[in-house]
Design a protein around this ligand. Structure first.
Ligand SMILES: Nc1ncnc2c1ncn2[C@@H]1O[C@H](COP(=O)(O)OP(=O)(O)OP(=O)(O)O)[C@@H](O)[C@H]1O
Length: 283
């Protein structure tokens, strides 16, 4: 069943320079959809624009955005804020920004539920504790902590608990592991996969990490210079890429075996055999 449908999304700078040139994609309920591409290709601003979170100055034009069939275009700021708090949730690379430093995690989680539900104080506390436990932050102790009292990995897990509180239909994760060490990153990825399965939400995952895409994604879209140049089932795109750019992107992943003398860079013309060797060595 289709969850999100985006048609002809364009994003412009204040001086009307085009940054995203009319991309279209859809995400099915419960699937992991990975948006991949080089830095600056427009992945983050495209994701931000879906629920009206574009940085000041950037402007969006779009023919259609629907979530479960409901149009997200033409909604008021309040209606969009409500959708952001309930149906669509974000986790970012900069996990610190999910929390204000002045209040405990518990208070901040409580505020989200107060804003969006009529649950009693006891119900809200019990749900916050459960959400924290689901990301491995046990008990009232985590609930009473301030953000600065947690490590980076713990804080990103807390941000995930906050994002999942209202059981969103779509979790948008923008490079959520980039600032974490390898162990914490693996924990956060496994958690997102588990929460996706348990709660049935879809994930729009923005990443440079092709190994993670191979492991978790169902479908992928490749972005280059503000356009989606290729998309489809993970296996189809990663094992039989149509575009030279996609082949070179895959070949740029350092292989574990058969290390080449020089890693290819985007723009190199590579024979197909070499590309598949590098890409599959990492799966
Ligand atoms: N507030 C802004 N004002 C002007 N240009 C911006 C602004 N934010 C982003 N851009 C430009 O939009 C383009 C796309 O940026 P975006 O952050 O979406 O890239 P990305 O693909 O997510 O890259 P990365 O993987 O490095 O995060 C870039 O050229 C960037 O410089």
């Amino acid at each position: 069943m289709e969850l999100l449908n985006v048609r002809e999304l364009k994003i412009f700078c204040p001086d009307n320079r085009s940054l995203v040139h009319g991309i279209s994609f859809s995400i099915q309920a419960g699937e992991w959809f990975a948006l991949i591409g080089e830095s600056g290709s427009g992945k983050s601003i495209s994701a931000f624009s879906l629920a009206d979170l574009l940085p000041n100055g950037l402007r969006r034009e779009v023919r259609q955005i629907t979530l479960s069939g409901q149009a997200l275009t033409g909604l008021s700021k309040d209606e969009l804020r409500n959708i952001r708090g309930t149906d669509i949730a974000y986790v970012f690379q900069d996990y610190q920004s999910a929390f204000t430093p002045y209040f405990t995690l518990g208070k901040q989680m409580d505020e989200v539920m107060q804003a969006h539900t009529g649950w009693s104080a006891a119900e809200r506390r019990s749900r916050a504790l459960r959400a924290l436990a689901e990301v491995g932050l046990e008990g009232p102790e985590a609930y009473e902590r301030y953000p600065f009292q947690l490590s980076g990995g713990q804080l990103q897990r807390a941000a995930l608990a906050l994002a999942m509180l209202m059981e969103p239909k779509l979790l948008i994760a923008d490079e959520p592991t980039t600032a974490l060490d390898a162990m914490s990153a693996a924990t956060v990825l496994d958690l997102i996969a588990r929460l996706k399965k348990d709660k049935g939400c879809a994930v729009l995952f923005i990443t440079h990490d092709l190994r993670c895409v191979r492991r978790y994604a169902d479908r992928v879209a490749i972005m280059q210079n503000g356009l989606i140049i290729e998309s489809g089932e993970k296996k189809e795109v990663l094992d039989k890429p149509r575009e030279t750019y996609t082949r070179n992107l895959l070949a740029s992943v350092p292989p574990i075996h058969n290390v080449p003398r020089r890693l290819p860079v985007l723009g190199d013309e590579l024979p197909e055999g070499e590309i598949f060797c590098a890409a599959t060595a990492n799966s």
